[in-house]
Design a protein around this ligand. Sequence first.
Ligand SMILES: Cc1cc2nc3c(=O)[nH]c(=O)nc-3n(C[C@H](O)[C@H](O)[C@H](O)COP(=O)(O)OP(=O)(O)OC[C@H]3O[C@@H](n4cnc5c(N)ncnc54)[C@H](O)[C@@H]3O)c2cc1C
Length: 461
Amino acid sequence: MKRIVVIGAGHVGLYVAERLGKKFKSEIKKGHVEVMVIDRNQHMTYQPLLPEAAAGSLSPRHAIIPLRSVLKNCTIVTAEVVNVQHSDKTITVQPATGPSREIEYDDIVVAPGAVSRPLPVPGLAENAIGFKSIGEAIWLRSHVLTRLDVAASTDDPDVRKAALRFVTVGGGFAGCEAMAELQDAVHAIIKKRYPDLDKNELEWYLIEATGRIMPEVGPQMGAYAARQLTKRGVDIRLETVMKSCENGHVVLADGDEFDCDTIIWTAGVMPTPMLKDTDLPLGPKGHVIGNTRLQVVEEDPENPKENFGKPVEGAWTAGDCAQIPDTTDFPLPYCTPSAQHAVRQAPILADNIYAAYLNSELKAYEHKYIGSVAGLGLYKGVAHVYGMKVKGFMAWMMHRGYHLMKVPGIGRRSRILIDWLVTSLSSREMAQLSEIEEGRRPFEAIAQGEKPYRTVKSGDQ
Ligand SMILES: Cc1cc2nc3c(=O)[nH]c(=O)nc-3n(C[C@H](O)[C@H](O)[C@H](O)COP(=O)(O)OP(=O)(O)OC[C@H]3O[C@@H](n4cnc5c(N)ncnc54)[C@H](O)[C@@H]3O)c2cc1C
């Protein structure tokens, strides 16, 4: 039996596995082929919907897609991949409980994506949160809503000020969308439900090291987004970095400093560190080296920048973890980390695995970047698509329409649509579930003869 293992069920892995499941359907039924998908989570996270999940326009459960509901012909393994020995065609996985397990394969698709890229900023690990997973989106939502209650309930002006300050570091897609959605939600919530709080007390900071925000939508639309956010009260600091945030005290390179309970870190991504525990060829920044046919290739010593090295037999890659040459006129040599590339690379990769199985010719990935759409809160957005610049309500509709089309499964799309309808007809969901962080705690405390609930201290996160 031929086993094809897919590492990571994200924008690449899920779509590759789904297509392989269809292409090899009869071989899978006969037991000649197995498509095995390995992810640490039992779901795919549709990351572009995380800002809306954090802001409450969408139930967080609807921004994830349970793998077993869409990958019908595949074997699903929920475990952490800790090692790949391609020379032996063996991977080691660690399930959540029990011993690690070795799995042999014939072909491997390496698609574990990227993680938030931290920088050596004192206090960052202890005080900031990334924004790449559904857990982070849920945590952030609960945390922000808790801060409103802290501010409304304290009589200490310093505690109140720190609770009502929100800092996002990194002015790309993720950072701007997250900040815009959260700000929109908080404004709407305090207007209706917190008579003790005033919108003008809230302080929103967007810290960006370069001279502009949202490079993904081009300079003109990026400038429009900056104007919109500034008008809404976001203090955008360009060409500035956060020097430290020890004990929640933020120090900026421009000389400003203040206490702040909420720091969101979206200053770039880097390939998943697990790749270093493989014998696959990696580029200078830790990406798996791939060619346009999405095969893993050896680095070509004559031409290290061109991915023309010898293909590594049975190894394929795409998405944020890979450096795939961008053959279009885009100014960067490799495809940028975006869902747009990932979901277009996935079918080509699956087709090439099938073509290799049939000894047919492989196709090359040559997608021209068509632009981007982004939401900036309810009814607001920016888009730069096919050279067309759109802003406001139309761009917001394009943003929602595009992602609704791309989310796999009719059931999931319907749930998202219903959430959106409910949010537009009523107010935003403001229930927060911070108790789940300590789900067992009340019973544990009672069983040990202690008080069931802890006392929340000021600034406690
Ligand atoms: C907030 C946010 C908004 C975004 N908005 C947009 C947008 O509007 N447009 C756009 O084009 N792009 C957007 N992106 C970027 C886009 O989501 C990514 O480029 C895309 O998800 C990359 O796909 P991937 O398959 O390479 O990785 P991912 O989708 O990240 O999938 C990787 C998978 O691998 C799994 N994994 C990782 N390591 C292991 C391991 N060791 N063992 C087991 N499993 C593992 C992970 O659990 C995950 O499921 C956004 C990203 C974020 C964070």
